[in-house]
Ligand binder design. Sequence first.
Ligand SMILES: Cc1cc2nc3c(=O)[nH]c(=O)nc-3n(C[C@H](O)[C@H](O)[C@H](O)COP(=O)(O)OP(=O)(O)OC[C@H]3O[C@@H](n4cnc5c(N)ncnc54)[C@H](O)[C@@H]3O)c2cc1C
Length: 389
Amino acid sequence: MPDALLPTAAEFDTYLDSIRRLVRDALIPAEPRLDGQETLPEDLTLRLAEIGLFGISIPSRWGGLGLTMEQQVRVMFEVTYASAVYRARFSTTIGLGSQPILYNGTDAQRAEWLPRMASGAATAAFALTEPEAGSDAGGVRTLALRDGDDFVINGSKRYITNARQADVFIVMARTEAGTRDAAGISAFIVPAGTPGLSCGPADRKMGQDGSATSEVFFDDVRVPASALIGGREGGGFKTAMRGINHARLHVAVTCVGQAQRLLDETLAYVKQRNQFGQPLAEFQLVQAHLADSRADVLAARSMILETARAFDAAGEAQGGIIADIACCKLFASEMLGRVADRAVQLHGGAGYMRGMVVEQLFRDARLFRIFEGASDIQRLLIGKTMVRA
Ligand SMILES: Cc1cc2nc3c(=O)[nH]c(=O)nc-3n(C[C@H](O)[C@H](O)[C@H](O)COP(=O)(O)OP(=O)(O)OC[C@H]3O[C@@H](n4cnc5c(N)ncnc54)[C@H](O)[C@@H]3O)c2cc1C
């Protein structure tokens, strides 16, 4: 959505500088504090909100920065040079939380939620995944059945990022009992604290300490019909699509930020680690691994920037770029896996030790090939698009 108050090039560069300073002076030094935490400490969350990160994708008329996708991508390359956990804290708000309301919500829904999301006052969580509906997202079983002027929601969700921190949930639920595909699913805005809505304990995960996921339970949760996004039943996935595209491209960006950090950590390490009488960095086989990682990062960065420009140019008509966004998510997340593996390898035993940045990032990296559509699900989407075109 074009923003009347888009920053000038000079203003944007100043903003990028302030983000770089935040990352170097506050976020990276605070990374050791994340170990073993359920969620990001409040002072760090505040720093993210103060600099506007919760509002980068929300237009200025609702209190956000209203950046273009290309600008968002350039900001997030910088932010995700620090632990991906920082990004996770506001990711669900800028993507799957706000975008369905921005593009498909009613004026009243936009006015109620977007300013609070943009300021960071309201954290949004996106509740789609269920025990029986993961990659097959159309298999959602949570039911939202009409009862007079209300809907009553029953079911459960799992692995929901920021659920325990959320002020509001975007919930995908089936409004047409008996249907089995995506067509019978609708999207609802459900405030936290609505009677019958509860969260399980924080999941114990392989990595990303400081970013929590948990189950979410709906036990006769009653919401008014005005909670239905856009007031429309069915087509919940169409509603969510803008958020899903946004989230997939941002996950790809995150992989580039993380890979660049891994590469920089590794280059610094091999320059100071001596074996056979010289720094590891002087061995050509070591340089070959560094070169492969650099080429990988550049390739992902370039395709994401090009796709972000296409995203901006496409405006409301996103159909033509969905496969390219999937290509970015697929390539960048697989690329990060390769770069993280080389980084640990070039650190030798040190790379396997707790407390080393590359060990932490290696574990964190594994997630990106799984969520927001696992790699094979992206391949299926890309392939189907090619064959049907
Ligand atoms: C840390 C974390 C955070 C998350 N945050 C959220 C969130 O905020 N909101 C939310 O709704 N969900 C969230 N998820 C859920 C995530 O999106 C799902 O885990 C993901 O979509 C995969 O679903 P699944 O786990 O059920 O795996 P499954 O669907 O069981 O897939 C297992 C494997 O089978 C493969 N597979 C499945 N179908 C096919 C097929 N047709 N052909 C070939 N291979 C196939 C997949 O590629 C995958 O490799 C999160 C998950 C994690 C781990």
